[in-house]
Design a protein around this ligand. Structure first.
Ligand code: NDP
Length: 331
């Protein structure tokens, strides 16, 4: 079977040469293990950070070793009482056609309850990030005006809609194309959206939120964060979820330069990691499931076909903004 390995560590923007496809033997599952044939794998922004050899909240990928990440597949052999052949499993060994792992590191998922791909997106890690980051980290409350960057992505598309459903006074989003802006306002019910490539973020945000914002959900960092700090009202809160504008940067960011505004406006900027919010999972799935079933919450997936052969391209495409909603690779 085939797997995708890190061939070398990227400096700045990754390229095809940083990845290699290798053929490996698929072992039979040992005691307590399952063998999974992957059906979907996720490509996520955090994977760029794991390609660097630096200490972080997750260990770096190793050169010459297969990449890892969220995946859903079908159990084709089981040496565990917890999984039968034919069950579907959510696990952390994407980037390969077949995964062998301890059953305790896999979660059973049901394709008849929700499409299998959604366990990697709207009902999975990105969805929980949006839900927890808005409701817990930013302490969102009814009537807040909310701005989210990366708004047409996996996390962002959920943040804006949860804010709307929970009674935001105004939902504003930024994204990188006219089509995405249209998707936000015409499909997802954002009040206003703008293309950050059309002009300075600070000016576009000020125009979109003449009365300021109370919550900023940051997926981007840099000038987006600076603009949000300027637009945040007294006692405003920001969730620092990601800083994708900096993941491929080779120089330190030039913004934000206005942190002093935190003082007078008593702003709170708080970092979050989805892994800290596992306790919210049942509430999240119940509420999200209800909104999806009623049609009140919509989501998009960008699914790249071709399995391991297209995985690196899909990852690079996601970094360039080629996805709307969750970027996935189908095997
Ligand atoms: P997305 O689906 O949003 O995909 C990434 C998007 O980032 C692209 O589609 C692109 O859209 C946008 N982008 C790329 N470069 C830039 C740039 N320079 N400036 C502005 N936007 C850019 O990814 P996710 O929803 O999975 O992740 C969103 C953010 O959330 C990331 O920063 C990620 O690291 C973070 N995250 C954090 C977690 C946590 O626990 N803290 C968990 C999960 C995600 P566009 O066309 O709009 O440019």
């Amino acid at each position: 079977a085939l797997e995708v390995r890190l061939a070398s560590r990227p400096k700045g923007w990754p390229a095809a040469e940083n990845f290699e496809i290798a053929e490996v033997e698929v072992p039979a599952p040992a005691e307590g293990q399952i063998l999974v044939r992957n059906l979907f794998m996720s490509v996520d922004p955090y994977m760029r950070g794991r390609m660097n050899d630096v200490k972080s909240y997750v260990p770096p990928y190793q050169v010459g070793a297969p990449l890892e990440g969220g995946a859903v597949g079908e159990v084709v052999a089981s040496n565990s009482p917890d999984f039968a052949v034919g069950d579907h499993a959510l696990h952390g060994l994407g980037w390969r056609e077949y995964a062998v792992l301890d059953a305790r590191f896999a979660a059973k998922v049901d394709g008849s309850v929700a499409p299998l791909s959604t366990y990697l997106g709207v009902l999975g890690m990105p969805g929980l990030t949006a839900y927890a980051g808005l409701l817990v980290t930013a302490e969102f409350k009814e009537g807040d005006a909310v701005f989210v960057s990366g708004a047409a992505g996996a996390v962002g598309q959920i943040v804006g809609q949860v804010a709307r459903l929970k009674g935001a006074s105004r939902v504003i989003g930024s994204a990188g194309s006219a089509e995405k802006v249209k998707y936000l306002t015409e499909e997802l019910g954002f009040d206003v959206a703008f293309n950050y490539k059309d002009g300075p973020v600070a000016e576009q945000l000020a125009a979109a939120a003449p009365d300021g914002i109370d919550v900023y959900f940051d997926n981007v960092g840099g000038d987006h964060l600076e603009a949000a700090i300027s637009s945040l009202n007294l006692n405003g809160r920001a969730t620092l979820c990601g800083a994708i504008s900096q993941y491929n940067a080779t120089e330190p960011p030039k913004a934000p330069r206005n942190l002093f505004q935190l003082i007078g406006k008593r702003l709170t900027l708080r970092g979050m990691l989805v892994a800290d919010h596992k306790d919210l999972q049942p509430q999240f799935v119940a509420e999200m499931g209800k909104w999806i079933a009623s049609g009140e919450l919509k989501y998009t997936e960008t699914v790249v076909e071709g399995g391991v052969h297209q995985a690196a391209d899909a990852f690079l495409g996601m970094l360039r903004g080629e996805n709307t909603g969750k970027m996935l690779v189908k095997f």
